[in-house]
Design a protein around this ligand. Structure first.
Ligand SMILES: NC(=O)c1ccc[n+]([C@@H]2O[C@H](COP(=O)([O-])OP(=O)(O)OC[C@H]3O[C@@H](n4cnc5c(N)ncnc54)[C@H](O)[C@@H]3O)[C@@H](O)[C@H]2O)c1
Length: 299
């Protein structure tokens, strides 16, 4: 018995890296999968039919069920067709995993409009596009056990200084996921985020650098495959209790983030005097922030 027997999944960005590892595991666990990948370079701006077809063929050769799809997730029209491919080929669509991504790094003061727009388009608009089309299918077929799994990043959660576009796009996806968790729960959909850590082409420039992780192709602990277990669990029917959460996965660690909670609040029954509000914030909030500004530049 596979953990995803009888389930149908659409995975974007599944021709390479983490997406490919997820697709292969889902298929090995019995899911029928649509392997979407535009075949873009790491910084976007190109296409290659190869990656999606190679992974789909690999899955089929191993006895699984897969079809390749090379839709561009930035296209509303093409992502509609992507979701329909699953329904046409496999009769339904239970699981959507949004993995597709590009990076175009720069400090905020050097970032140009194209860098900003392209990264927002692939990650945030792309995740909206697929999710929008999937949600229509799920709403029409309510009563199932549907799953939305969106890939986000520590870059947004921790505030990477060289990736303002990517950090913003990924935190936009966190907000989108929280909204879907509330909106779609009644239709049998759980919506969660995975913040992965893995050695792929996106992180290979970190190889040999002094980071807390040992980024290396020869380190199995930081492999794309080692991200997969919680993604698989989120896709399973057993995880119906888990909704609206962010889970970090990789380097041998699986972590649950807390959702934002207000830690201090000052209130007034009326209109604040400016100095009064400032004084209340100084008194109440300063003591709640234990460390100095965590985002302060380290020199
Ligand atoms: N590798 C990490 O440590 C890490 C860390 C944090 C977040 N992430 C996120 O995890 C996801 C997977 O990253 P990866 O490291 O496997 O990267 P990757 O570059 O190996 O894979 C990303 C895939 O997305 C595809 N893609 C890009 N634009 C597309 C588009 N418009 N339409 C369809 N497909 C498109 C690419 O062709 C590529 O195959 C991404 O969302 C990334 O931002 C990765």
């Amino acid at each position: 018995m596979g953990k995803l027997d009888g389930r149908v999944a659409v995975l974007t960005g599944a021709g390479r890296g983490i997406g490919a590892a997820v697709a292969e595991t889902f298929a090995a666990e019995g899911a029928c999968v649509v392997v979407n990948d535009l075949g873009a370079p790491m910084e976007g701006g190109g296409t290659d039919q190869g990656p999606a077809h190679e992974i789909a063929e690999k899955i089929n050769a191993a006895g699984g069920k897969a079809v390749a799809n090379t839709a561009d997730v930035t296209s509303f029209e093409q992502t509609g067709e992507l979701i329909q491919t699953a329904v046409r080929e496999f009769g339904k669509m239970d699981i959507l995993v949004n993995v597709a991504g590009i990076i175009r790094d720069s400090m905020i003061f050097k970032m140009d409009e194209a860098q900003w727009d392209s990264v927002i388009a692939v990650h945030l608009k792309g995740t909206f596009n697929t999710t929008r089309h999937a949600s229509v299918h799920w709403r029409e077929n309510r009563g199932g056990q549907f799953r939305l799994i969106n890939f986000v990043s520590g870059s947004g959660l921790y505030g990477s200084p060289t990736q303002p576009n990517y950090a913003a796009a990924k935190m936009g996806i966190v907000g989108l996921t929280f909204s879907c968790a509330n909106a779609l729960g009644g239709y049998g959909v759980t919506s969660n985020c995975i913040a992965p850590v893995a050695f792929t082409r996106m992180t290979e420039s970190l190889e040999g650098k002094a980071t807390v992780m040992n980024y290396s192709a020869s380190n199995p602990r930081i492999s794309a495959q080692n991200v997969v277990p919680p993604v698989l669990y989120l896709a399973m029917e057993d995880s119906a209790w888990l909704n609206g959460r962010v889970i970090e996965s990789g380097n041998g660690s699986i972590g649950l983030f807390s959702n934002p909670v207000m830690t201090r609040q000052v209130t007034k029954d009326g209109v604040w005097e400016l100095d009064e509000a400032i004084q209340e914030m100084e008194t109440s909030f300063r003591s709640a922030i234990e460390s100095p500004n965590p985002f302060a530049r380290k020199s």
